[in-house]
Design a protein around this ligand. Sequence first.
Ligand code: ACO
Length: 324
Amino acid sequence: MVTRSLLVGSGAYLPSRVVTNDELAQTVDTSDAWIRERSGIEERRFAAPGELTSDLAIAAARRAVEDADIDPAALDLIVLATATPDHTFPATAAKVQAALGAFGCIAFDIQAVCTGFLYALATADAYVRVGQARTALVIGAETFSRILDWEDRATCVLFGDGAGAVVLRAGAGQGDATERGILSTHLHADGRQHDLLYVDGGPSSTQTTGYLRMQGKEVFRHAVANMAQVADEALQANGMSIDDLDWLVPHQANQRILDGTARKIGLSADKVISTVARHANTSAASVPLALDEARRDGRIRPGQLVLLEGMGGGFTWGSALIRL
Ligand code: ACO
């Protein structure tokens, strides 16, 4: 018998304030047409003043716990992926733990920017598989609106705020690919690309939070190549082909990156879950937000094979192949 992490619940939360491209164009030198054409984004959500990453995370976590129908006290582990924590320390995961009443369980943050949710999921999966946790909560939560430079139109139009979460529970099986659970995870990083996508501040360097900086064209090129590579890697590792896949839930950076990746791996566009038009890029929150939406609207169904994947600053990239 082998132990596998079963995905038994999901939840999401978006701040109520919708910001359209036209609204942005009132203060930024841009247009709805430019943003749509280059990114596919139509609108995004921004957290209200005083609404923090932890507030978004707690709301998403409560919905995931409810969906999984578990008592939060049963949680052994909370892993929260964010690049926009409430504070430099302690971890935002600790605030979530307190709000849920899961006192005493392990709680920490993970920082891999837009790949953060995949890093967090892979970490939680490892805890479950070695028996150090039976029930785990994995969250991606961000308030990227707080680190955008409103003078830099090439970046500030691309991002939004939100949170998504999943609950994992240990399940025993034969280890067959037809059985439910996380089949494999694959993580990568290449720190040589650090300066193509970064924030120009931090406690040790400037003692400020800093703003997001990006060389868009270079990021685009790497994003398609890395997302395609890690998709192929996941399928190969499980002896599967692209035809076995029911759904791809990629990091929602840009519709053109989603389309380019699907083309490169030979997947038809109607198997790609896309929320980028309404959410924009919510970094670590984008994959669990998209996954939760597609589970709740009935597109992703139990038993289907789903590939989650992400790519972000670092560079980092990764995937998780899951039988739902
Ligand atoms: N509105 C209007 N014009 C703009 C805007 C804007 N918001 N931003 C840039 N422009 C102008 C530029 O000034 C430039 O004008 P010029 O030709 O007169 O100099 C022109 O548009 C073209 O600019 P480029 O930067 O060459 O535009 P490009 O076609 O590369 O598109 C974009 C930019 C959308 C950022 C693209 O490079 C991209 O999608 N990159 C991927 C980045 C991404 O999605 N990152 C997310 C984070 S990473 C991740 O999550 C994987």
